[in-house]
Write a protein of this length. Structure first.
Length: 303
């Protein structure tokens, strides 16, 4: 892998993926319409990085993707917790972007599509990559729809693909709608916890963002093609352990079914194994948030 194209480059996972690729001296072209891509400032000075602050559907991507041997598609306009509303419009908008990005793939350029455990819905027992899918959220429906389109387009246009199904991802910069970040934000503001804290759509597992980026990097550099992988922390109680580290055990989120996502295939074929312990990851997320909060507060002066 010498050059990669990353959609959603200014996003939570996208930024960490770009950083990981650059660490390996992979040239990166990243595109994102984020209004304040402050994360990008940290890597924009890297000679191997090019940032495109454009709308994918309104941009001619071909001049920017010449020589790319891997395309990572992370961009998605719908949050995992988004309500069931405007389904047809949301699906059409995301599929339109996917088709344009996929049109850049060819026999020499692999498409890596970032999906989610949300495609499974809530099931009982062990879940493998081949297990039945039954999304119970708009986000899951869009991800499953796009997975199917990736497979169809790959067969029609003969390009290799890899689909990576991720659990909830946490760490420095986690978006505010996630449970861990809600708890951290409330603690920082000295507010009492209450029922306003919502549960992540995926609680079967949670993965530190650097580990998620590593899994994607390994998929990019591997010879794997036309494969689907569940990416796992290796600890099915990880999400609940994270709440314990945040001293938020009193938050009771009842699960109707016990679902265990199996990630052994990625370990065997990609060599992926999560490295970050939940205690270490939570502390990094807390410290990152506190440091950013300090920088954002104006200095007070005595008069």
């Amino acid at each position: 892998m010498k050059k990669a194209f990353v959609t959603g480059a200014a996003g939570f996972i996208g930024y960490h993926l770009c950083s990981r690729l650059l660490d390996e001296e992979v040239d990166v072209v990243g595109i994102d319409m984020a209004e304040s891509p402050d994360r990008i400032d940290f890597i924009a000075r890297h000679a191997g990085f090019k940032y495109l602050p454009y709308d994918i559907n309104e941009t001619d991507l071909e001049p920017h993707t010449n020589g790319c041997d891997v395309i990572f598609h992370l961009a998605c306009s719908v949050k995992p917790t988004a309500p069931w509303a405007n389904i047809e419009d949301e699906v059409q908008r995301n599929v339109s972007v996917l088709k344009k990005v996929a049109s850049l793939a060819n026999s020499e350029t692999k498409l890596i599509y970032v999906s989610s455990y949300d495609v499974y819905g809530k099931r009982q027992g062990d879940v493998l990559e081949t297990s039945p899918k039954n999304p119970e959220s708009l986000f899951g429906l869009i991800k499953l729809t796009e997975e199917n389109i990736v497979k169809q387009l790959a067969e029609q246009h003969d390009f290799p693909f890899v689909i990576m199904r991720l659990p909830t991802v946490y760490g420095p910069g986690q978006p505010e709608h996630h449970t861990y970040q809600q708890v951290i934000s409330i603690e920082d503001q000295d507010h009492e916890r209450n029922d306003s804290i919502s549960k992540d759509s995926v609680t079967e597992d949670v993965l530190f963002v650097d580990d998620a980026a590593e899994a994607l990097f390994l998929a990019g550099k591997s010879a794997a093609k036309n494969e689907i992988y569940n990416i796992s922390s290796g600890n099915q109680n990880q999400w609940l352990e994270g709440l314990s580290e945040l001293k938020a055990d009193q938050l009771t989120f009842k699960e109707k079914r016990k679902m265990r996502i199996k990630g052994e295939k990625a370990e065997t074929e990609l060599g992926f194994r999560a490295k970050t312990k939940i205690k270490e990851g939570i502390m990094k997320q807390i410290m990152h948030f506190r440091n950013r909060s300090k920088k954002s507060k104006p200095n007070s002066k005595e008069i």
